[in-house]
Design a protein. Structure first.
Length: 333
C-alpha cells in the first residue's frame, strides 16, 4: 500500500484533519499525519519524507526541507491541497522525479465574487453611507450620493490567471469596459482587452482590480505614480496580496479622499497604525476572510475531491490535473 504523509508545523489544519477527508485518504493508502514538526530536527523530517511516496502539503504544513530536492528517496508526488504554495514548497523542489499539483482554479469563484462585492460596495459609497447611518440616523442620504455604476465603468484587471479570468466573466454582463494587464497572457478576448503595461491600465481605467500573484516581480509593482493616474474617485480593489501595492502611497491617497478602496488584504494583513484609518469613509477592509467559506461546510470539500482524484490518477499512472510547473510556480503566490 502506498504511503501518504502530511507533516504539520503545529496542529494539523482543519482542512487536513477533516474526518471525511482522512477517511477517504485511508482508502487510497496508508496515511500518517505528523503534528508539531517545528519542534523536530530537520533530518528527522527529511527521513520521513524520503520514506513516503506521496506528501500532502497545505496551510500550516511544515516546509519541505531543501535536502529533498537533492535526494527525494521514494517521494514522487507532492499534492498541495490549498493555495499559497511558496511557504511550503520552494522552486528547488521541482525535480524530474517529483510531480507537483495544487487546487488549480478551485478558489476562483469565491475570490472573484468577493472582488466584485467590494467593487460594488465601494462604487456605491457603502462605507460612507454605513458610517452616516450610524452617526446620523436616516437623514444623511442626500449628503452622500451614490457615486458610480458598473454599467460602462472602465475596469482594469491586473493579472488574468484563473481568478482574473473568472472576475472578467462575472463582470461582462454588467457592460463594463474591461481591460487587463498580464505579461504572461497572450490571448485576446472579445470581453476583456489586453493592455501592454500597468501605466496603460491605470491611465485607461476608473477602477483597478488586483488578481496578480505575489512574487518578487510584482512586489510594490503598483506605485504612487500608478495611483496618481486614476481619476478622482477612482477605485482600487485588492483580494490578492497587500505587498503588490505600495501601501504607504495608497493610504496617502485614501487620506486625502481622492481615491476609494475595497481591500481584503494588506501588508501583514494589518491596517496602518494610525487610528484614523479605521474610520476612513472611502475604505472598505474585510480582513482577509474571503476564504472562510472553504472550511465551514459538512462533508468533503471540493478541494478534497480535487486532491483525491489526483491521488487516484497518480496511482493508476493517469494524467494529473492542476500540475504546477516551475514556470507556473514562479508566477504564483
Amino acid at each position: 500500500m502506498v504511503n501518504i504523509l502530511h507533516i504539520a508545523s503545529g496542529p494539523a489544519h482543519e482542512l487536513m484533519s477533516d474526518k471525511y477527508f482522512t477517511a477517504a485518504l485511508k482508502e487510497v493508502g496508508h496515511l500518517e499525519i505528523m503534528e508539531n514538526a517545528a519542534e523536530l530536527p530537520e533530518e528527522v523530517i527529511t527521513k520521513k519524507i524520503r520514506a513516503c511516496e506521496i506528501l500532502i502539503t497545505c496551510w500550516g504544513a511544515n516546509p519541505v526541507p531543501d535536502a529533498i530536492a537533492e535526494n527525494p528517496g521514494k517521494l514522487s508526488y507532492i499534492c498541495h491541497l490549498t493555495g499559497e504554495m511558496g511557504r511550503y514548497v520552494t522552486e528547488k523542489h521541482f525535480h524530474p522525479d517529483i510531480s507537483i499539483t495544487n487546487w488549480g482554479a478551485h478558489p476562483s469563484d469565491a475570490i472573484a465574487e468577493h472582488s466584485i462585492a467590494l467593487l460594488m460596495a465601494v462604487l456605491r459609497n457603502f462605507p460612507a453611507r454605513i458610517i452616516g447611518v450610524r452617526e446620523s440616523g436616516n437623514h444623511f442620504s442626500h449628503e452622500i450620493p451614490y457615486n458610480g455604476f458598473l454599467n460602462k465603468l472602465s475596469v482594469g484587471i491586473y493579472g488574468l490567471g484563473h481568478i482574473g479570468k473568472r472576475c472578467a466573466e462575472m463582470l461582462a454582463p454588467f457592460s463594463c469596459q474591461l481591460y487587463y494587464f498580464d505579461p504572461y497572457v497572450r490571448q485576446e478576448s472579445s470581453t476583456v482587452l489586453k493592455l501592454n503595461s500597468l501605466e496603460e491600465l491605470f491611465a485607461k481605467c476608473q477602477a483597478v482590480i488586483i488578481h496578480a500573484g505575489s512574487t518578487p516581480e510584482t512586489e510594490k509593482s503598483i506605485t504612487a505614480e500608478h495611483l496618481s493616474m486614476l481619476p478622482d474617485g477612482g477605485i482600487i480593489i485588492n483580494t490578492a496580496r497587500g505587498e503588490i501595492i505600495d501601501q504607504e502611497a495608497l493610504f496617502a491617497e485614501l487620506k486625502t479622499g481622492r481615491l476609494r478602496a475595497g481591500l481584503d488584504v494588506l501588508v501583514k494583513d494589518k491596517l496602518p497604525d494610525e487610528a484614523e484609518t479605521k474610520l476612513y469613509s472611502n475604505l472598505l477592509w474585510t480582513g482577509h476572510k474571503n476564504m472562510d467559506t472553504f472550511i465551514r461546510q459538512e462533508g468533503l470539500q471540493d478541494l478534497h475531491k480535487i486532491c483525491l482524484d489526483n491521488l487516484r490518477n497518480f496511482l493508476k499512472g493517469e494524467e494529473l490535473a492542476n500540475v504546477v510547473t516551475k514556470e507556473i510556480y514562479m508566477r504564483s503566490t
